[in-house]
Design a binder for this molecule. Structure first.
Ligand code: SAM
Length: 225
């Protein structure tokens, strides 16, 4: 049985769906395991690039799941009918690529999104705050880098995850990760403090980033259990 790496395993544990769409799937390892392990009844794989599309088709066929996983060529959510999937994932891409796909999706994006950007998760948290999605869970997975994995759900009203936290620190580092004082997160914040301290001066962007890093450390040390 193929195994998932830590970031895809973390994503799998944040997904429970009737029909799940994996956008930019490449090897299709995540949707194959989602269906195999009962986290999704059916899946739709979307791939833009011919090579990875062929790899995905082969993986689904080898898994014997062609009746439960549909592999489609296309850009983002375009190959999906509105309402067809109740959840979707985008993993292993840059945050700006993910934001571009979300912007083109508009209202066709499903209610639940599990996103694993390779960089800048704060851009996705800020997008969610501006677009009526709550951040309901997040994890960090160890790997070549430390990978954030975020689950958003479309919900009305302010996101309660941010209550009582410094907004800048929580958007950058993650409200749930801060509350959990996740050890991988603390290592990232301390590295940011070391990197930013020599760069920070009033009026420079590094100054605001350093304030957010100190706020994050302070919150974690004040709330350590
Ligand atoms: C780095 S791979 C990640 C594969 C897999 N999701 C993972 O996490 O291991 C990114 C994949 O996304 C695909 N991709 C990029 N932009 C896309 C888009 N707009 N729509 C569909 N697929 C896209 C690329 O062709 C590539 O196969």
């Amino acid at each position: 049985m193929p195994t998932l790496d830590a970031r895809l395993e973390a994503a799998l544990h944040l997904i429970r769906a009737d029909v799940h769409a994996d956008i930019g799937s490449d090897h299709a390892a995540l949707p194959v395991e989602l269906v195999r392990r009962g986290h999704a009844r059916r899946a739709v794989v979307v791939e833009l690039t011919p090579g990875p599309l062929a790899v995905a088709r082969g993986a689904v066929a080898r898994a014997g799941l062609t009746d439960r996983i549909d592999v489609r060529a296309g850009d983002g959510f375009a190959p999906l009918a509105p309402g067809e999937a109740d959840s979707a994932s985008m993993t292993g891409m840059g945050a700006r690529t993910i934001l571009g796909i979300l912007a083109r999706a508009g209202e066709t994006a499903p209610h639940a999104l599990v996103l694993q950007p390779n960089d800048a998760p704060g851009l996705l948290r800020a997008w969610a705050l501006a677009h009526g999605h709550h951040l309901v869970a997040e994890r960090l997975a160890a790997g070549f880098w430390t990978y954030p994995v975020l689950r958003f759900e479309r919900c009305p009203g302010p996101d309660p995850a941010y209550a009582g936290l410094s907004r800048a620190a929580a958007v950058k580092y993650g409200p749930h990760l801060l509350r959990a004082a996740d050890p991988l997160l603390l290592a990232q914040v301390r590295a940011d403090v070391a990197r930013l301290t020599p760069l920070a001066r009033p009026g420079r962007p590094a100054q605001d980033e350093l304030v957010a890093a100190h706020d994050a450390l302070e919150w974690c040390s004040n709330h350590r259990q």
